[in-house]
Design a protein around this ligand. Structure first.
Ligand code: PGA
Length: 296
């Protein structure tokens, strides 16, 4: 998936300084056509914090899934992993899994939260509720929320602020669609999402970024290792520009079809500080193979 050629409308748009859909991009990290060396001045790993492997169970899992979590914990202890492990089960499982997760040294997270702390919002879950149930983190702005629930950057940012108020770590997801990748707008889209979705209070302690190309989620497709490296470097550059040198420690995860077969090469890409794993996080047998990359 390294398509870097622009389509005719995209070329026209590029000339006029507008996106293919006609709106002028607010800020550009680096034009997609620029040589890679210029677009990737910082490709270092996040400083000071352990990498993280986070499992996103999505709408999967019942009480019986505790056995998978326990098996992940047993492996974590045996392999003396040099990474943080976070599992984000459905909200219904956070409280029941809290005890086994704590015993296993695995943190729990939510998959979304409401921007308000409480109120008349039928069906929604607030950040304080996640915290109360035993979560320490929450995934925000996942592409399935952005696409299926129409979530926009401003809402993701308000949710991040709610997460911080509750003392939760926010994992902010960004990523381009296949069309955006094909037309060369990947870095612009990511920059726009970062600008809009990240709250001013973001720090390395309360925030992680997950780069998840939409077209790679659940499809078995992944970007080339060079493309992953390029986007992670652009994210790092943007973070440091906005938040200063301290942002060199914000962890940037890669997500999208991470599997036992590709985890080792992806997790070794410069600038990749861990993974956000969907399908392959449901079974301990799969996730443990991914975690094995961080065995001591
Ligand atoms: P996947 O999902 O690993 O199944 O592609 C990743 C995600 O959606 O976070």
């Amino acid at each position: 998936m390294g398509a870097r050629k622009k389509s005719a409308p995209a070329k026209r748009a590029a000339k006029s300084g507008k996106t293919a859909t006609g709106t002028k991009p607010k800020a550009i990290v680096a034009p997609a056509a620029k040589p890679r060396a210029k677009a990737a001045p910082r490709a270092g790993k996040a400083k000071g914090l352990l990498p993280m492997v986070a499992g996103n169970w999505k709408m999967n899992g019942l009480l019986g899934s505790a056995k998978e979590l326990k098996a992940m914990g047993a492996f974590k202890a045996k392999a003396r992993l040099r990474c943080d492990v976070l599992i984000c089960p459905p909200a219904t499982l956070i409280a029941p899994l809290a005890k086994p997760a704590a015993a296993a040294g695995i943190a729990l997270g939510g998959q979304d939260c409401h921007p308000e702390d409480k109120g008349a919002f039928t069906g929604d879950i607030s950040a304080p509720m996640l915290k109360d149930a035993g979560a320490t983190a929450v995934i925000l702005g996942h592409s399935e929320r952005r696409t299926l629930h129409g979530e926009r950057d401003e809402l993701v940012r308000a949710k991040a602020e709610a997460a911080y108020r509750a003392g939760l770590i926010a994992i902010i997801c960004v990523g381009e669609t296949q069309e955006e990748r094909k037309t060369g707008w990947t870095l612009d889209v990511i920059e726009r999402q970062l600008k809009g979705s990240l709250a001013d209070a973001a720090t390395a302690q309360n925030t992680l970024i997950a780069y998840e190309p939409v077209w790679a989620i659940g499809t078995g497709l992944t970007p080339t290792l060079d493309d992953i490296s390029e986007v992670h470097a652009a994210i790092r550059k943007s973070l440091v520009q906005r938040f200063g040198e301290a942002a060199a420690a914000i962890r940037i995860l890669y997500g999208g079809s991470v599997k036992p077969a590709n985890a080792a090469e992806i997790l070794k890409v410069p600038g990749v500080d861990g993974a956000l794993v969907g399908g392959a996080s449901l079974k301990a047998s799969d996730l443990n193979e991914i975690l094995n990359v961080y065995r001591s």
